[in-house]
Ligand binder design. Structure first.
Ligand SMILES: Nc1ncnc2c1ncn2[C@@H]1O[C@H](COP(=O)(O)OP(=O)(O)O)[C@@H](O)[C@H]1O
Ligand SMILES: [Mg+2]
Length: 262
């Protein structure tokens, strides 16, 4: 089997696990699959064997209480290095992200929009987009981002950090789209935003979906995320406690109470 050395000295890592995946991949590969990911911050064991798959073009809501491990899971998938992934596999469109550094995962089509949005200070809206577009394979034209988010077009010469929270979120998503992405990871994009702005962003996520981009949406606003998503994965203390249709979660009061407090 192929090189797994980047996984380091993995406790209990069994290469024969790959053969099962390889056979599977030969027939019906999931567009994105996460297989038994374990990750640590130092000694703290946080992501405790997370597995799930996503079909191309789906929106998956990744939910769970505060501290459940949602951000840590996104960071692990984006190969950020902290938390350190010690075990498991991450496949995006047949590419083994678990063997990649974060920049390689990004070059292979993964984009994480973190909770704090990371708008670059001192740069205008347009400069933020131009900088992001300097990638080995550029994605959307900047004008197309402005069509999706007319507010950004109107404010193209304004410094990005002076935008409202909602506009900054739009800019952060726009920055992902100008790169050639396959999988968009959004960490609490609705946080602190007025409901009308959430409506606007939701609409654009549907447009992005119609373009075939796959999205993982982490949200505290579980009801809104579930209304938008096709499927849901619920985490609790770093493990998957539910994996199914978003609609099933909406209909399952016990599940909502127990893990989402809604
Ligand atoms: N940098 C870090 N170092 C150590 N522990 C962390 C760090 N970041 C998060 N944690 C811990 O990991 C757990 C999961 O956190 P996180 O992934 O941020 O959860 P969520 O995004 O679901 O709220 C929490 O117990 C949190 O305290
Ligand atoms: Mg979080």
């Amino acid at each position: 089997m192929a090189d797994t050395s980047l996984l380091g000295d993995v406790k209990g890592f069994e290469p024969q696990d790959h053969s099962k995946n390889a056979n599977h991949a030969a027939t019906a590969p999931a567009f994105f699959s996460v297989h038994d990911i374990h990750a640590y911050y130092g000694e703290s064991y946080i992501v405790q064997g997370v597995s799930f798959t996503i079909h191309e073009g789906e929106i998956l809501a990744l939910l769970g209480r505060n501290g459940a491990g949602k951000t840590s899971t996104l960071r692990a998938l984006a190969r950020i290095g902290s938390p350190a992934v010690t075990h498991g596999e991450i496949w995006l469109d047949r590419q083994p992200l678990h063997r990649m550094k974060s920049y390689e995962a990004a070059q292979n089509g993964l984009s994480l929009v973190p909770e704090d949005r990371r708008i670059i200070q001192g740069l205008t809206v347009e400069e933020n987009l131009e900088l992001a577009r300097i990638a080995p394979s550029p994605g959307w034209e900047i004008e197309r981002v402005y069509e999706l988010f007319p507010r950004l077009g109107e404010r193209r010469k304004q410094e990005g950090t002076t935008l409202s929270g909602g506009e900054q979120q739009m800019l952060a998503i726009g920055r992902a789209l100008v790169r050639n992405i396959k999988l968009l990871l959004l960490d609490e994009p609705y946080e602190g935003l007025a409901p009308v702005i959430v409506d606007e962003i939701e609409k654009t996520l549907n447009i992005i979906k119609a373009q075939g981009i796959t999205t993982i949406l982490v949200e505290q606003n579980a009801l809104r995320a579930l209304a938008l998503a096709d499927r849901a994965v619920i985490l609790d203390t770093g493990t998957v406690v539910f994996d199914g249709l978003a609609q099933e979660v909406l209909e399952n009061e016990q599940l909502r109470h127990e893990y989402l407090a809604i």
